[in-house]
Design a protein around this ligand. Structure first.
Ligand SMILES: [Fe+2]
Ligand SMILES: [Fe+2]
Length: 273
């Protein structure tokens, strides 16, 4: 199988992705390369590429669009981080592709399912679309948000439990805003940056899980907490990375191609006062 065929294998099932979408693509390397071993990870960060290259991967699939950077810079090719990544790719003849829109909603192994599995959320009671915090017309047109029933607990106890679960992904911790003693029996999660908000609460969610990359403190998290909603916030990669483990498993089980999962995104160390 070539890298292009591997890419098309996943794309063919992704009827929800617009045909002209450029969110998913082969970004580096020769698409006719024969696939030997595949590395899967949330991002094309340097440490993921180095680890995959060292393990003999000649294809790397990231979820997020590779070489993501502040768009105000026209040319990234002279930037140190970019040159380091490209050096690993070219020195190891690696092909780099990403599956973003495809994996966001891939049945069973996709992003929200992966996060639900990681958190041990089993009873899905409601799904709904995501609406961008700053534009009511920007939605995914998909059931991005899910509300899950859990055993009665408190927001604080759930936060401790979730901390243990996400530790598997290298996460150093999470932040709970709101009353830790608040009783909850439902939790809302989304798809990466497509995070739950008041709509989810209106549909029965008693705790929301969001990410720093989309829910800003001023515009979202403070008003949500003042609305009586406990909110757990983590880095953007945390709700999405585990599904890349499911992608690696899918490739080895369904395609019989050696694959591995990488989660070496720098997540820092939490210092608390
Ligand atoms: Fe994302
Ligand atoms: Fe995503």
């Amino acid at each position: 199988m070539t890298a292009r065929e591997l890419f098309e294998y996943f794309r063919k099932d992704a009827h929800w992705v617009k045909a002209d979408s450029k969110a998913d693509d082969i970004r580096f390397g020769d698409e006719n390369t024969g696939v030997i071993k595949v590395g899967c990870g949330w991002s094309d960060c340097l440490d993921n590429l180095i680890a995959a290259a060292n393990d003999g991967c000649n294809v790397f699939i990231s979820h997020e669009v590779p070489f993501s950077w502040e768009t105000r810079y026209a040319d990234i090719t002279q930037m140190e981080w970019y040159k380091k990544r490209v050096k690993v790719l070219s020195d190891n003849n690696m092909v780099l592709m990403n599956l973003h829109d495809t994996w966001d909603h891939y049945p069973k192994d996709g992003i929200r399912e992966g996060f639900a599995q990681l958190l041990g959320l089993k009873e899905l009671i409601k799904e709904m679309d995501y609406i961008h915090p700053f534009s009511p017309t920007v939605t995914t047109g998909m059931n991005s948000l899910g509300i899950y029933r859990i055993e009665k607990t408190t927001a604080g106890e759930f936060a401790k439990y979730m901390c243990q679960r996400i530790a598997k992904t290298g996460a150093p911790g999470l932040c709970l805003n709101g009353d830790p003693d608040q009783t909850i029996e439902t939790v809302a999660i989304g798809v990466g940056c497509h995070v739950p908000s008041l709509e989810a609460a209106a549909n029965g969610a008693q705790l929301l899980i969001d990410v720093y990359d989309r829910h800003f403190q001023l515009n979202s998290r403070i008003p949500l907490v003042e609305s009586g909603l406990p909110v757990i916030t983590v880095e953007h990669s945390i709700p999405e990375t585990y599904a890349m483990n499911l992608m690696a498993k899918h490739i080895s089980e369904k395609l019989g191609i050696e694959s591995a999962y990488y989660h070496n995104e720098p997540l820092g160390k939490y210092y608390t006062t």
